[in-house]
Design a protein around this ligand. Structure first.
Ligand code: EPU
Length: 340
């Protein structure tokens, strides 16, 4: 591992395409690299931010410390039974690559999560989810390094405390661990989840007896029609979470807005509201301010048309929060990690 100490432009390392600078950059290819980096950090007291695909971050200023790029990759089958295959993957491995690897082998569990940008390690961090599935549905365990001691610990499903777009690593354990590998338990006899939005319809166009690969293809088609490709238009997927609110409040809101989309929540007594709908209802879909704006096809996605700074995007996000709060008395919470 080497730490490059010249100033680095982070533009190509974050999918928003924001032009922040980092003082140093390190590339981690192996678990040994992680230890070497940690020793450097302990010795020098420098700050470090770990990046996978850079698909869920917003840099709002230059980063005075080290940006460590996680390149620990590799997919390995570690166990098999009649029903399951346990697959261990390096946390820096590209997520979509893993999904494609699984569906090509007819394995089920990840097909609804096709085309989510980012790395495998970011999956459990925020319990990535789409079209009725979350990573927690196939999660088995992960290996994480304690950034203060260098010791490796195994976290099982319960330890990770997964919630909607959150986990122990995004809450109490924030900043304390580096996720090194993730083991998922995939299904040999897949049960397909087709009930979200128009997934069933899209899948039916592809096959009468669908496989996980068909579902992945349908999901890819839906995503491409709605969500901007970060390679073409800077973005970090959904900028905000869908708010989870007490049922009572939702019922009251629905009296005025019966068409408001609502989803079940894992929290008892709560329901989830579609933030994209709230933003659109406030007239902000397609809203543009300077070089950034609200995506014209999905109001939950903020986009960088080219040259927007992190601060401009954050100001836009605050504006959206204010308008939604004023209109619905609901405070949207960012899903994206803001690095300041
Ligand atoms: N909607 C609108 N206007 C919009 C956007 C959405 O009215 O501009 C409505 C839709 O018509 C639909 C509802 O809101 O009735 C939900 O929309 P959609 O199915 O597009 O999903 P979402 O709730 O906006 C979530 C995830 C996405 C994931 C999709 C599909 C969050 C924060 N986002 O978005 O994940 O792909 O569901 O499962 O939960 C991400 O996390 O980065 C991400 C893209």
């Amino acid at each position: 591992m080497s730490i490059w100490t010249s100033e680095i432009n982070l533009k190509r390392y974050n999918t928003f395409g924001v032009e922040a600078k980092a003082a140093s950059i390190a590339r981690l290819h192996t678990p040994e690299d992680v230890l070497t980096l940690l020793e450097h950090i302990w010795l020098t007291g420098r700050h470090c931010v770990f990046l996978g695909g850079g698909s869920n971050v917003l840099f709002v200023r230059d980063w005075p410390g080290i940006v460590a790029l996680n390149k620990i990759s590799g997919i390995e089958i570690i166990e098999e039974s009649e029903e399951y295959v346990w697959v261990k993957t390096g946390s820096g491995h590209n997520w979509h690559d893993l999904v494609m690897w699984s569906v090509e082998r007819g394995l089920g569990g990840l097909e609804n999560l096709a085309l989510i940008p980012g790395s495998v390690g970011a999956g459990p961090m925020q319990n990535i989810g789409a079209y009725g599935r979350e990573i927690k549905d196939t999660f088995w365990e992960l290996e994480a390094v304690d950034v203060n001691t260098g010791k490796v610990k195994i976290f099982n499903l319960e330890d990770c405390a997964f919630g909607y777009r959150t986990s122990y690593f995004k809450s109490r354990g924030k900043g304390l661990w580096f996720i090194q590998s993730v083991t998922l338990r995939l299904f040999k006899k897949p049960v397909l989840v087709l009930d979200y939005g128009n997934v069933r319809e899209e899948v039916a166009r592809l096959s009468a007896s669908p496989t996980p690969a068909d579902v992945a293809n349908a999901v890819m088609h839906i995503r491409r029609s709605k969500l901007p490709d970060p390679a073409l238009l800077g973005n970090a997927g959904s900028f905000f979470k869908n708010p989870e609110l007490p049922e009572k409040k939702i019922h009251a809101l629905r009296e005025n807005y019966p068409e408001m989309p609502v989803y079940p929540s894992a929290q008892p007594g709560y329901l989830k509201v579609a933030a994209g709908w709230l933003i659109e209802k406030c007239g902000l879909k397609g809203f543009r301010r300077g070089a950034c704006g609200v995506h014209a096809h999905q109001a939950l996605v903020l986009v960088n048309y080219g040259g927007a700074t992190g601060t401009e995007i954050l100001d836009l996000a605050r504006h959206i929060q204010e308008v939604v709060h004023r209109t619905f008395d609901i405070m949207l919470e960012p899903e994206v990690n803001i690095i300041s």
